[in-house]
Design a protein. Structure first.
Length: 85
């Protein structure tokens, strides 16, 4: 399973729907997505747990992960940096 499929599956588990493909570049907090801040926090925590990664605090503080596409790109970057033993 690739990272995008895994992220889609996580959305279904957390929010009971898959993320609409047409909105991948829309901000989570604006129309038409309107994600609440607490749901975003849960999403970030669950993504870190599911992918066994840790997002740099700067990315979260500077709101760099607020689109599906940006989140997926960072997941791909962080998972490709992991050493497989």
């Amino acid at each position: 399973m690739d990272n995008e499929q895994k992220l889609d599956e996580l959305f279904v588990q957390l929010f009971s729907y898959s993320f609409p493909k047409d909105f991948k570049d829309n901000l989570f907090f604006e129309e038409p997505v309107y994600m609440k801040a607490r749901h975003f926090a849960v999403l970030i925590l669950e993504v870190e747990k599911a992918f066994n990664i840790r997002f740099p605090d700067e990315l979260i503080d500077e709101m760099k992960l607020v689109t599906y596409h940006a989140l997926l790109c960072e997941i791909n970057r962080l998972t490709s940096l992991q050493v497989v033993s």
